[in-house]
Design a protein around this ligand. Structure first.
Ligand code: FES
Length: 105
């Protein structure tokens, strides 16, 4: 794996407010969450409880809910905040630069 750098992964206009989009870097699927106040966060898309993709989940403030068993994760820290999810997920620095969304990966 190469040294981490800021990588453009999307245009901000491609991610609806209070929604999530899936991006892939080096084969890793990452859920990019855009909040209603235009912040962006990046968290591993694969739920730590099972085989569901958080990209198909539901954004609720700074949390994302897994569509399969309703486990929830904090998108800032990756912490599992509602069972049955218990193991945290990896998060990545994420920012908006102009019209672009970038992840430090
Ligand atoms: S697969 Fe996500 S909570 Fe079970």
């Amino acid at each position: 794996m190469s040294e981490p750098t800021w990588k453009i992964v999307s245009k901000i206009g491609e991610i609806a407010s209070d929604d999530v989009a899936c991006v892939e870097i080096d084969g890793v699927k990452i859920a990019v969450v855009r909040t209603t106040d235009n912040q962006v966060f990046a968290i591993d898309s694969q739920c730590s409880h099972g085989r569901a993709s958080l990209t198909d989940g539901y954004v609720d403030g700074l949390e994302i809910e897994c569509p399969k068993h309703n486990g929830r994760f904090n998108v800032v820290t990756g912490e599992a905040v509602a069972s049955p999810a218990r193991m945290p997920l990896q998060t990545y620095p994420c920012r908006i630069t102009g019209e672009c969304v970038e992840i430090y990966y």
